[in-house]
Design a protein around this ligand. Structure first.
Ligand SMILES: [Zn+2]
Ligand SMILES: [Zn+2]
Ligand SMILES: [Zn+2]
Length: 333
């Protein structure tokens, strides 16, 4: 989107209008930063939020993402420019718990409509012993979901240790979509009918995706899949699978040698064929683990961002690619 190119004329028009009226409205005092267009401006924290805003908002919204394509969203530090942009926008959409720095900036900003996706569905804890199949083989300490490495005193879980990766479960993502649609209707009532219609369409597509995933993963040989970071917890629960993650909820942490050894054992015990890596983080660890355990590697994309190397151009296309990769790995293709 040519946000900036479009903004200059908009700002100029606003300034002229303000002069003509001889008054400064809240809007006209804004600088020409992105997020102040004649449309309903939405600043989204990262791709899955931006996708919802674009699909639900359609022609009526101007969506800007705080996380750039290809940027790993965990631990994003937002710039002074982006903080200023938050003051210009009509709405901010984020998922509290994934990006602490973004949560803080949105919390402190004067944005009129703040939408926290974490409040629009039910978040769960994916900690040790969550209905896991072979608790006897590994102790709580080396279970994948918690990020046993501690990661320098900060957590990528929400307060209370909840897993923020809800968008990978189409059913939970649809619940978030419903909530975002309602928030848009309230914040921009002139276009409420369109927001409602777009939300219905999107929710229908997410329900269809859920059915496709359910059917596509039915006749499988194994249940266990190994990912780089623990992002597929909700997905796994939805379709009766078990995710073992090399890292915890944070993609940049490094696994211990003991963890790598345990994973190799789990892989052997559960007939795992494939170690999955992601497009936005280094595949070094996945490749090392796979080599040690004599396994294949493939991409399972947690959709934390879309780049040219993504296997698909949007959420739905990448989820279809994820299904194919899982079908191959679990022997249901
Ligand atoms: Zn971190
Ligand atoms: Zn588990
Ligand atoms: Zn993640």
């Amino acid at each position: 989107m040519n946000v900036r190119r479009r903004l200059i004329p908009t700002a100029a028009v606003t300034a002229v209008t303000a002069l003509a009226l001889g008054t400064l409205s809240a809007c006209s005092s804004d600088s020409a930063a992105a997020g102040n267009t004649d449309k309903f401006d939405v600043v989204a924290s990262f791709y899955p939020m931006a996708f919802l805003a674009e699909r639900i908002g359609g022609d009526h919204v101007n969506v800007t993402s705080l996380t750039q394509p290809g940027q790993e969203p965990h631990d994003l530090e937002i710039s002074a420019k982006q903080t200023a942009q938050l003051e210009e926008t009509d709405a901010a959409l984020h998922l509290k718990g994934l990006q602490p720095n973004v949560d803080e900036a949105i919390g402190q900003s004067g944005v009129k409509t703040k939408i926290d996706a974490a409040t629009l569905t039910t978040l769960e804890t994916h900690g040790a012993g969550d209905g896991h199949g072979h608790e006897d083989e590994h102790t709580d300490e080396d279970h994948a979901h918690e990020g046993e490495d501690g990661h320098e005193g900060h957590s990528h879980e929400t307060e209370g240790g909840k897993d923020p990766h809800v968008w990978l479960d189409p059913v939970k993502y649809a619940e978030v979509a419903e909530g975002v649609g309602k928030a848009f209707e309230k914040a921009d009532p002139d276009h409420a009918a369109d927001y409602r219609k777009n939300t219905e369409t999107l929710v229908g597509e997410l329900n269809a995706l859920d059915a496709t995933l359910e059917a596509g993963l039915k006749n499988r040989k194994g249940d266990v899949f190994i990912t780089t970071h623990a992002s597929f917890g909700y997905f796994a629960e939805r379709y009766g699978l078990t995710e073992e993650a090399i890292n915890g909820l944070d993609p940049e942490s490094e696994p211990s040698a003991a963890r790598v050894k345990k994973l190799a054992e789990t892989a052997k015990a559960d007939g795992v064929t494939t170690i999955f890596y992601e497009t936005l983080v280094s595949d070094d660890t996945a490749k090392t683990v796979a080599k040690d355990a004599g396994l294949k590697t493939d991409v399972l994309d947690p959709l934390e961002g879309i780049t040219d190397s993504s296997r698909g151009g949007d959420y739905f296309e990448v989820m279809e690619s994820n299904l194919k990769a899982l079908q191959t790995a679990l022997g249901s293709a």
